[in-house]
Design a protein around this ligand. Sequence first.
Ligand code: SF4
Length: 976
Amino acid sequence: MSEPDGQRLQRLNDQVSAARRDTEARGETFYQGASRIHLAAFPPKERWNDWVELDSRAWPKRKERRYSLIPTTCFNCESACGLLAYVDTETLQVRKFEGNPEHPGSRGRNCAKGPATLNQVQDPDRILYPLKRAAQRGEGKWVQVSWDDALDDIATRIRRAIVEERENEVMYHVGRPGEDGYTERVLAAWGVDGHNSHTNICSSGGRCGYALWMGFDRPSPDHANARVILLVSAHLEAGHYFNPHAQRVMDGKASGAKLIVFDVRLSNTATHADYWIAPHPGSEAAIFLAIARELVVTQRYNREFVRRWWNWEEYLGADRPDLEPTFENFERALLELYGTYTFEFAARESGIEEAQLREVADLVASAGTRLSSHNWRSAAAGNLGGWQVSRCLFLLNALMGAVATEGGVFPNGWNKYVPKPMYVPPHPKRWNDLTWPQEYPLAMNEMSFLLPHLLREGRGRLEVYFSRVYNPVWTNPDGFSWIEALTDEAKIGLHVALTPTWNETAYFADYILPMGHASERHDLHSYETQDAQWIAFRQAVLRVARERRGEAIGDTRDANPGEVWEENEFWIDLSWRIDPDGKLGIRKYFESQKKPGTKLTLAEYYGYIFENSVPGLPERAAAEGITPLEYMQRYGAFEVSHKVGPLHEQRVPPAELTDANVDALGRVYTAAPKPASPNIVPTPAPASDDAGRRPVGVQVDGDVMRGFPTPSGRLEFYSGTLTDWGWREYAVPTYIKSHVHRDNLKPGQMVLIPTFRLPTQIHTRSANAKWLDELAHTNPVWINPVDAEPLGGMKTGDLVRVTTDIGYFVVKAWVTEGIRPGVVACSHHMGRWRLTDNGQRQMTATVGLDKKDGGWGLKRKSGVQPYGSADPDTRRIWWTDAGVHQNLTFPVHPDPISGMHCWHQAVFVAKAQPGDAYGDIFADSSASRRVYAEWLKLTRTARDHSPDGTRRPYWLMRPLKPGPDAFRLPALEQSR
Ligand code: SF4
């Protein structure tokens, strides 16, 4: 009989306690550290500077090798887990990467992609020198160029654009930031509203639902202490923040928590679930509303929390003026509002049996305030109106009062710490319509995936376009439109690809500038992995190793392979070249404070932050007799606070209530200045009142509390913002029928789920990791036997043609019961390709591109093959597959509210036709433009719906937020 999880955990804890007693009895140190778990296998941190291991390659001889263990953070997904580089002190090479036990988020553990950083560093195909295009864009001919020449050329163009007030022609398009605010600061210093992200193809749908509720756009679930964990995602194998959250989900399960997983696929996460719910795609919100209704009907919700913290009075005032504004009336109104969301309705919409939905509802009800939940990507990223999925999911937390509680869900900004840097430039003055067009005033992030269409319509041009750790040709939908834009020099004057690896977009660049991998660069970050706040420091480990030996290192290039650099120093150098004499007012933000007139060094920049902006770090460092910078270089991470708790319940001190004004709904505004160094900085900033006082809290039962950074200061069940901007019908959490709802499918169409990740691959970045490529190198389309049978008895391995609204792709079938009937799924982490011999060869097919039949075709010439290189393993490559690039066949589907690209596709699935070959792609350019125009018609523009003449609600988050004046719509600006 298997041992129950709770007993097993207790037994393990007892064993750890016994081990600790024994270890300490012997007078030895028991490893504890920030991980708060026993990690006996880790070298004690006191010995990291001189660690001895036997050389496995010398076996059977016992040859000792000495290592300096230097921390950094992984850059293979957004989780920023700690890594410990084992730097051989004799060869000055990294021998391996293991976890960093001093990192409070990852606690010494990594997924497979962490240690595979070694492959990336040693990749024989990596780009080691700056390259300049030597033929037409996309022809694949390159010459090596000096950094100086490249920087001068780029700086001259940027300077000219700034001087000629064409600031909006400078754009930085980032895929994986991997840092908190450094580059936004650079763009602000240049005065350009040029930040563009990938977020609207990733997570904006989920973010939108959360932001409307609490002002923060992400949840920080406390899985480890939950009684019930509800995931609309595959967090045991992917997602934000994969490894740190996965280990805490397992901690929670080990302590007895029940796991509910919503996923149309039997993912690795779903296999660990107590309840695997595979609903029809897009129906998730209907299920959550039925559960919510059940909680209200049976009065199994946290009445007191709802009364205190929901903006129910605002809802009654706006939607039910017929009722007296009492809480009892709100409860009645709530029942009426959700009366139709019965289990019967949810079962009809989702295809899940009523009885199972009832069981799940009972489980949610049993969680009390220990309900942790998360919706990352998944349904929120796939469906028109997907943002209502995360909104309706959070409704359950808000009903249970499981918000900022142990085992509940915290606003991400409370479990994250972003220290203030030494220079904070002002907000840009000009609004960039290429990234924030008027059709999408409520979009959570830049409308980045529409860029080729916006350029084609003549809405602007770009003088300098940086793609940075971003590969839109491959990652975005409608990649052929990107190729059309990138090859048009009238639209994009100069394309600079900042990348550590070859990628499909870099082929269409003018410069490819090699940037460092995780152990070759500097970044500072903090993520919401648990109820705590931590910072982690990515650093160039060979530079640290050499500096420890007393060597003087100029910049990071001196320690990196070839001429590989990093963005931090690159931006400083480039900024100096843009403004060499300082007359543009840019240079001052990149100048040393200690040695005025010289360039800022990273030691000074980060040293300042660690000394001045991280509470507790100077004291901790001083206790070890080192500086804060040395502390971060030695340990790589620091926990700023642990168990942050319910900050909304904090009372605002009287000193902050000078000249306070309380509005009709209890929002409190103050004329008192902000405290000098608040520990928590809520990211969004709700608008001031008419007298210019800033919001400081909210009155709850007579006390002024911090509340939430929403317009009302409370959790916003009712969104006045949506009402004011023309979306009154969605002002409360509700259900929107997806574009792939059954009513919207043509006869014979199925739903394609193209969003799921593979646990051992990650977008563009991991293809140069041979260990990962060996593990995962194909993306067959999952199809249920009941769907495969009518398709001519389709079998696993058969070629399938999947036809979208604009084209088709040819892929192999995987017939499996692990997918809901009527739905097919294909991972988007595959299908890498290259046009020439230049490129990463371990995971790309060589293809030909062809303009034909009014569109584009892509055909595979050859698959992956073994080849000779400095790495003998490349001769041992045994796989030929690299998967199929399905995204090229997807049109853009911008959600009219969140701006999220709605990834799911209505498709026809059939056996391949004669002449079809594996990997064939076709996409029709005019169809792509037609679908773009159709979705554009769904929008409600700022021009027609802004309540106050602005382009966007000022309180909503926005990267690199321009000043308030830039928010005004242009015509109104002129008439003032
Ligand atoms: S989850 Fe894996 S890939 Fe992501 S940061 Fe952690 S170790 Fe790296």
